[in-house]
Ligand binder design. Structure first.
Ligand SMILES: O=C(O)CCC(=O)C(=O)O
Ligand SMILES: [Fe+2]
Length: 304
């Protein structure tokens, strides 16, 4: 079962809610949250901005095509990502934007692709503003959840904070068209995968589609209406907590309905050591993320 938790109760560390959190992070690796303080209308506005972008003619989307910039900013065409090497590239389209380094940030000199500049299409409207404001608000919610998780696993509430000073956070709009007629058993909106980073905060338009691999191996549908969020965890948090937090597989096959989802991948700063505490190892967050992107993006697979 995937539990729904109340984020304001988690903020207050209410014991019953913290117990539910401990169960959700350690067994299922998925939960939903309500009372996060972002209204359904705000999320619907974000979704409708992405929807408008995805409906633009291809020549507009091509101006911000990530395959030409070589970083994961801007538009990713259908079949530009292959999250599962045993499946075909995904038929979803995406639009990615992320953290922007200031010019005097020490990371700026290193020209790391995870901190590449955002790419914005040149069309009228408030796309950029609405998406960027949402990005900031979503990062604050993600940090609130992460602080509750720190407490749930016996660490100081703020023990993860410093690692997120320069987050490699990425906000994505996923557009799933209707499942195509030609799609076979190896074709997915997004094939089975675990997320790469720490915590994913996912808003959806309410259309079903996401399935989660439960501990018994069955796929279970999970859904959240706008205003609620789905939370799951990535590979980095699983390493970093030595398996106390589970990175769980999930996928979207696609249905006869179009669907938009908006994950925020909340990832720490590049140089964060995400090896288990006291393991004596060093696993740099940025190197893990870059490697996973190189494996996934079809344009980077070809280059590497
Ligand atoms: O669309 C969804 O519900 C999930 C998307 C997802 O798993 C991802 O973008 O990593
Ligand atoms: Fe995912």
């Amino acid at each position: 079962m995937i539990d729904n938790l109340d984020l304001t109760k988690l903020d207050q560390r209410e014991p019953a809610e913290m117990d539910k959190l401990r169960h959700a992070i350690g067994r299922v690796g998925f939960l939903t949250i309500s009372n996060a303080g972002l209204s359904a209308e705000r999320v619907q506005q974000v979704i409708s901005e992405y929807s408008n972008f995805f409906r633009q003619p291809e020549q507009i989307k091509r101006t911000v095509d990530m395959a030409t910039s070589g970083a994961n900013r801007g538009w990713g065409a259908p079949r530009s990502e292959q999250v599962d090497p045993t499946a075909n590239p995904d038929f979803k389209e995406v639009f990615d934007c992320g953290y922007e380094l200031s010019a005097n940030d020490p990371y700026a000199e290193r020209e790391l692709s995870v901190y590449a500049p955002n790419l914005w299409p040149d069309f009228s409207g408030e796309f950029r503003t609405i998406i960027q404001v949402y990005y900031s608000d979503a990062c604050v919610i993600a940090m609130r959840v992460l602080r509750a998780i720190a407490v749930a696993i016996g660490r100081d509430a703020n023990s993860f904070d410093a690692a997120f000073d320069t987050p490699m956070a990425l906000l994505r709009g996923n557009f799933y068209p209707q499942r195509p007629d030609w799609a076979g058993e190896n074709d997915f909106g997004i094939a089975a995968h675990t997320d790469y980073g720490c915590l994913t905060l996912l808003a959806t338009d309410g259309t079903p589609g996401l399935e989660v691999r439960m501990p018994d191996g069955d796929w279970q549908a999970v859904n959240a209406a706008p205003g609620q969020f789905i939370i799951n965890f990535g590979e980095m948090l699983e390493f970093w907590t030595d398996g106390e937090v589970k990175a769980t597989e999930h996928r979207v096959k696609g249905t006869s309905d179009e669907r938009i989802s908006v994950p925020l991948f909340f990832n720490p700063s590049y140089d964060t050591n995400i090896a288990p505490p006291d393991s004596g190892k060093i696993i740099r967050a940025g190197e893990h993320l870059t490697q996973r992107f190189n494996e996934t993006y079809v344009h980077l697979q070809a280059a590497s």
